[in-house]
Design a protein around this ligand. Sequence first.
Ligand code: URA
Ligand code: SF4
Length: 216
Amino acid sequence: MDSKELLWSEIVSRISRCSKCDLHKYRTNPVPGEGSLYSKMLLIGEAPGKNEDEEGRPFVGAAGKLLTELLEVRGIKRSEVFITNVVKCRPPNNREPYDEEIRACSEYTVSIIKLVSPKILVTLGNHAGKFIFELGGVRWINVSRMRGRSYKMDIVGIKDVLVIPTYHPATALYNPNIRSVLESDFDMIKEYYFMEYGVGSIKRKTLLDFLEGGRH
Ligand code: URA
Ligand code: SF4
């Protein structure tokens, strides 16, 4: 086990013993997150649902299936990014997490951000967006006003993190308009992701292209 894996196992064990908010009373399993600790991209969702609570893994239900598809059709393997949520235990009846629960859980969220130390941070939905923008000191309005562009900010001591806010995949499940916006946001996410890994899919024109173009 290297030092990142060791730190991760410590975070997981702290979460599994945590009773800092009432959500611990309802959980079957805590859902700390999963993926590659070495990824340049971290995605943050809202809260575990029924399936996640049963499996102890994030985004394994219907919204998770959509998230996995949004990534994988663009050539990004789910296992090569890191995925977590602003709260690590399932709220009863799938209600939204309260601010105080997100705040109580922020100790772990911050530890995870520091550990992965991502170049790109994708926030899924209003709760994750609001939380991360507050950390970065950038005013948050709401997801529909903030999405569609990226924001550079310093977060928990990590410089120049590219934050990309978008809708939560659950909201796209039964709404084709949101689904198509989410698809286009993931097109942008893909561009930045491959740019970080040095395989930009936007073909840069060389001088030769211009010279040849000039001859036509
Ligand atoms: N929705 C979330 O926000 N997180 C999950 O893990 C699953 C569904
Ligand atoms: Fe602890 Fe977070 Fe679970 Fe609340 S949601 S009990 S703060 S791990």
